[in-house]
Design a protein around this ligand. Structure first.
Ligand code: MLC
Ligand code: AMP
Length: 483
């Protein structure tokens, strides 16, 4: 019996995971993940080449059954990002699909291939594995900070279970739900909520492989989908399409629950979806370090523009610039949102300094600025740092991109900002002082340089060439003046 996934012990042939035509019912998932868990037991930590496929889901479940911590890797990570994550997390092995091609950076790792056929004579083997202690690391998820390389956020088994049970409480999520999504599987949203969530409830995940309005229509209208999870960019694209696509509008309107998170869903897109489909999108607010903090509840009032109320078991407070707690709910006073509770991360891997800095007497400082209204609903109004960009729902540190761009021979100086974008929320813009004014580098070359070293989603979508950067007396770039 698995403490994290009690449903793995069930005999029913209900599908656990559907990726395209591949359907893994619960007993089969228990067999294949159980067999792989047997091979993994005793290892320290493993990496998973987290393609948007069933191999990732099976590899992660197997590692959790074995009590081995998982480091999900973005399969599009560039050379520098991947080298950093591997050197920092030191996995014993990497779990991949049979056809995955690993870049040179990862080729030195012991490689285990995930398959879907249970080995001969193997029955469900999850029973022979001890449920490991709750405070043991379940996942190490890498997330960008304002400067420097990404940090590994260590998440315990307790934190994962607590957040999944808390959102289930807010959303009435049960084993009868079929969750549809197309999120990447190397972050909290797609992997923890989107894969481990349905498995903890004993429900079904239907993953689309890649996002498209057509795929969403089919999964919700024809394949039994009851819930959809997406980032605001996906809802923006659904809102654009639903105005002219009656089948999509009906499919969205028929879903039990549409949930948006990872960034703010603008009021305009909330309203367009409501008008086209009759459905309201529920917003929840989370973070890699805290997992989920607040949400609109299915049994509570709709509050578009807010991220709802604290989830069960999560303490939330607002703190002013002098570190004083803001009481009451006037809906106007802005403070930093801080959280406490069982779903908080344990530490930043190998970074005791950064871990200590992140807390204020047991409260985690999110860096998000918010207000609270009389009903206790929170509204996120911005971030403390202009150096953290949210683009397409991905958190991206400006400093990381600046460091890489500075190494390009055509760049003398650079500042990176996030500019408002109707589709991505924020668009990464690089303000570049070229090494040679008369021969600036090609925009495309700069984007490719960032993609190759970091990740494609961190590439600048726009480059603006300037003669100099505005600096204060200390020499620090004044980014607000660039706009
Ligand atoms: C483009 N591509 C390149 C490239 N330019 N590849 C290499 N070099 C270049 N210069 C490729 C990309 O890899 C991709 O390939 C394709 O072109 C399109 O890429 P894109 O332009 O980045 O896609 P885009 O349209 O912007 O994607 C939108 C999106 C995506 C919404 C689908 O942003 C997305 O999946 N976002 C989800 C982020 C997320 O899960 N965040 C959760 C964080 S957890 P290919 O092969 O893919 O076509 C969190 C906590 C919480 O925040 O609260 O949830
Ligand atoms: P990440 O570090 O990728 O986990 O991103 C966490 C950040 O995403 C939070 O600190 C918020 O800034 C942002 N975020 C997540 N959900 C929401 C939401 N519903 N509304 C506004 N911002 C959000």
């Amino acid at each position: 019996m698995s403490a994290l996934f009690p449903a793995l012990g069930q005999e029913s042939s209900k599908p656990a995971l559907c990726f395209g035509d591949l359907v893994l019912p619960y007993p089969r998932l228990a067999e294949v993940a159980g067999a792989l868990a047997g091979e993994l037991a005793g290892r320290g930590r493993v990496a998973v080449w987290a393609t948007p496929t069933a191999t990732t889901a099976v590899a992660v479940v197997a590692s959790l059954l074995a009590g081995v911590a998982v480091v999900p890797l973005n399969p599009k990570s560039g050379e520098r990002e991947l080298a950093h994550i591997l050197a920092d997390s030191t996995p014993d092995a990497v779990l991949t699909g049979p056809d995955d091609v690993l870049p040179k950076t990862a080729s030195g790792l012991d490689r285990l291939t995930v398959g879907f056929e249970p080995p001969n004579g193997m029955t469900a083997v999850t029973s022979h594995l001890e449920p490991p202690q709750e405070d043991r690391a379940a996942l190490i998820v890498y997330t960008s900070g304002t400067t420097g390389a990404p940090k590994g956020v260590v998440l315990s088994r307790r934190a994962v279970a607590a957040t999944l049970d808390a959102v289930a409480d807010a959303w009435g999520w049960t084993g009868d739900d079929v969750l549809v999504h197309a999120l990447p599987l190397f972050h909290v949203h797609g992997l923890i909520l989107g894969v481990l969530g349905p498995l903890r409830r004993g429900g079904t995940l239907r993953h689309l492989g890649r996002f498209s309005p057509e795929g969403v229509t089919r999964a919700l209208a024809e394949q039994g989908g009851t819930m959809f999870f997406g980032v605001p960019t996906m809802y923006h694209r659904l809102a654009e399409a639903a105005g002219e696509d009656a089948a999509l509008a009906a499919a969205l309107g028929g879903a039990r629950l549409l949930v948006s998170g990872s960034a703010a869903l603008p009021a305009y897109d909330h309203e367009r979806i409501r008008v086209a489909t009759g459905a309201r999108v529920i917003e929840r607010y989370g973070m890699t370090e805290t997992l989920m903090n607040t949400s609109t509840r299915v049994d509570g009032p709709a509050r578009p523009g807010t991220v709802g109320v604290p989830l069960r078991g999560v303490d939330v407070r607002l703190v002013d610039e002098d570190g004083r707690r803001i009481e009451g709910g006037d809906g106007e006073t802005v403070g930093e949102l801080q959280v406490r509770g069982p779903s908080l991360f344990t530490e930043y891997l190998n970074r005791p300094d950064a871990t200590a800095d992140a807390f204020d007497g047991g409260w985690f400082r999110t860096g998000d600025m918010a207000t609270r209204d009389a009903e206790g609903c929170y509204r996120i109004v911005g971030r403390k740092s202009t150096d953290l960009i949210k683009s397409g729902g991905y958190k991206i540190g400006a400093g990381e991109i600046e460091n890489v761009l500075l190494e390009h021979p055509g760049v003398r100086e650079v500042a990176v900002t996030g500019e408002p974008d109707p589709d991505l929320g924020e668009r990464i813009v690089a303000w570049v002082v070229p090494a040679e004014e008369s021969a600036p580098p090609e925009e495309q070359a700069l984007a490719e340089h960032v993609s190759a070293q970091l990740s494609p989603h961190k590439r600048p979508r726009e480059v603006r060439f300037v003669a100099s950067l505005p600096r204060n007396d200390m020499g620090k770039v004044m980014k607000r003046e660039l706009r």
